[in-house]
Design a protein around this ligand. Structure first.
Ligand code: ADE
Ligand code: ZN
Length: 325
């Protein structure tokens, strides 16, 4: 049996975590009080009681309203630095973190408040040995024009943002809808990834669009490719990373998707383990490794391969990569 100490001490990269998804009930209530925001709940038990979801849409319906408590640059800083301390304790050395500016812009929070708060936490995390970066996401249930407008607004912050992602509700929102803003992002030198959530309608078609037309460099989730050998071969040929999130899968689909992860590992696919929205799905990255290892009786070599894959498919420099591989 793989011990928790083994998992904690193994150096890891986290490539799929939403900063807004690290908002623990305790901090949510503290910020609600400070900022005089009525979130409809007053105790940790009340907040946890509201965390019931059985698909992506019902999760997002709980997730977005909770963000209302984030108001000032200090709030965004506190959210990120709290997560980064937790990640460090879990053995994370490198992290690329998603954030959703449009979810804040629609509430009247300026982009600089969000980016500057999050970025300062990345700078301060160097003091405890985490190399932290930001990936700005387009919300796929908003328009392509809104995404293009966000990209334009982000120009002054270009050197603080490593990559562009695509998240939120995938149903009826295919990658191709965002061909224009993604091609503009690539032209501006951003790294590119996007969500292909598990158990989505038209999942395989969406993955094909992401790979063949958008030219993504990673897929977030994306483990559905096991259904299609041509896709597995394609992904292997270009050494594309898949960022799987077992506890998230379990909450949203009732299944850690460990069978798929193991099959992909056996095929040589660069799949990694990540936490997605740790405050909402019951655990941080080491909890995800632990749950997967326990349920599927993973061998230490498989755990090490998952961690190696996380560094291999990260966007750190080759020089830094050499430290971990
Ligand atoms: N935003 C936060 N978590 C997400 C997920 N798992 N899928 C899509 N959008 C998200
Ligand atoms: Zn996600």
């Amino acid at each position: 049996k793989v011990s928790r100490e083994f998992i904690d001490e193994l150096p890891k990269a986290e490539l799929h975590v939403h900063l807004e998804g690290t908002l623990e009930p305790e901090l949510k209530l503290k910020l609600a009080k400070k900022n005089h925001i009525d979130i409809g709940q007053t105790t940790i038990e009340d907040v946890e009681e509201s965390y019931h979801y059985d698909d992506l849409a019902s999760f997002l319906a709980v997730y977005y309203p909770g963000m209302a408590v984030l108001q000032t640059e200090e709030d965004f800083y506190e959210l990120a630095i709290t997560y980064l301390h937790h990640a460090a304790a879990d053995g994370v050395r490198h992290v690329e973190m998603f954030f959703d500016p449009q979810a804040h812009l629609v509430r009247g929070i300026p982009l600089h408040t969000v980016v500057d708060g999050f970025y300062q936490a990345c700078v301060d995390a160097r003091a405890f040995d985490i190399d932290a970066h930001l990936i700005m996401c387009f919300l796929r249930d908003m328009s392509a024009l809104s995404a293009s407008d966000l990209l334009q607004q982000a120009q002054p912050f270009r050197n603080k943002i490593l990559g562009i992602g695509l998240d939120s509700d995938e149903h009826h929102n295919p990658p191709l809808k965002f061909a224009q803003p993604f091609s503009a992002a690539i032209a501006q030198g951003y790294r590119i990834t996007m969500h292909a959530d598990v158990d989505q309608v038209d999942s395989i078609e969406h993955i094909k669009q992401a790979l063949e037309i958008i030219n993504v460099e990673r897929l977030d989730h994306g483990t559905n490719i096991v259904e299609d050998q041509d896709l597995v071969d394609w992904v292997n040929n270009i050494h594309l990373g898949l960022t799987s999130c077992p506890l998230s899968n379990d909450f949203i689909s009732g299944d850690l998707k460990g069978k798929e992860i193991i099959e992909l590992l056996n095929e040589g696919v660069k799949v990694s383990v990540n936490s997605d929205d740790p405050a909402y799905f019951g655990g941080y990255i080491a909890d995800n490794y632990e749950a997967l290892a326990a349920e599927y009786k993973l061998k230490p070599e498989q755990i090490v391969q998952l961690a190696r894959n996380s560094f291999e498919t990260s966007w750190i420099s080759d020089k830094q990569k050499a430290i971990y591989l």
